[in-house]
Design a protein. Structure first.
Length: 202
């Protein structure tokens, strides 16, 4: 992410695919998020389900931002989130993701004038996938987490209209793999810290 930003000319934009852990991990990850929001205009995050850009079990996001010149105030004012993950079920064979599935997002993105965007989520429409969060609200979140969701998982309440069994089985596998990936990252961090401590002791 930092490398991409340094390669961008001022006021040029980029869309970067990132795994979920980049959006909530502490330490260096948190500092990168803070610096990106401060030195660039991070305006959009597209939340996607697993297996689209990464291996099964790894959830993906697309982060859209514009590079900006040095400034005392943070360039990011609002971040728009589109949740194409909650209650979305894709399988590689039976129901693969296609461009038309993102037609609503493309329309709402309104690249010609992002200042004219309108939320689809409201108290009257709790199924709206397009919602805005202010910089001030995000910076107060634990670890400045960008892992934000607001839609209710209908599979937890609507037991009469569950997806097909093969989709449910795939989601269970994805959740297990996602958990395993998280544990691997924790182990890598622990092992890295142990090695660093050994080097210090030597």
């Amino acid at each position: 992410m930092q490398h991409i930003k340094t390669q961008l000319k001022i006021n040029w934009g980029a869309a970067v695919v990132l795994p979920d852990n980049i959006f909530f991990e502490g330490g260096a990850g948190e500092e990168v998020r803070k610096q990106l929001m401060k030195t660039a205009e991070l305006h959009t995050i597209l939340r996607l389900s697993t297996g689209i850009f990464y291996a099964q079990g790894v959830k993906a996001n697309v982060e859209f931002f514009n590079n900006k010149p040095a400034n005392k105030e943070a360039w990011t004012k609002d971040i728009w989130f589109y949740d194409y993950r909650t209650n979305v079920h894709h399988t590689p064979k039976k129901n693969p993701m296609r461009q038309e599935h993102l037609s609503e997002f493309i329309e709402l993105y309104n690249g010609k004038n992002i200042s004219k965007r309108k939320e689809t989520w409201s108290e009257e429409n709790e199924d709206g996938r397009w919602k805005k969060y202010s910089y001030d609200d995000i910076i107060k979140r634990d670890k400045t987490s960008l892992d934000i969701f607001w839609l209710k998982d209908k599979s937890l309440t609507d037991l009469d209209n569950l997806p097909d069994s093969d989709i449910l089985a795939l989601e269970i596998i994805e959740n297990i793999e996602s958990g395993l990936n998280s544990f691997r990252e924790i182990m890598e961090t622990i092992n890295g810290e142990t090695k660093a401590n050994c080097l210090i002791l030597k």
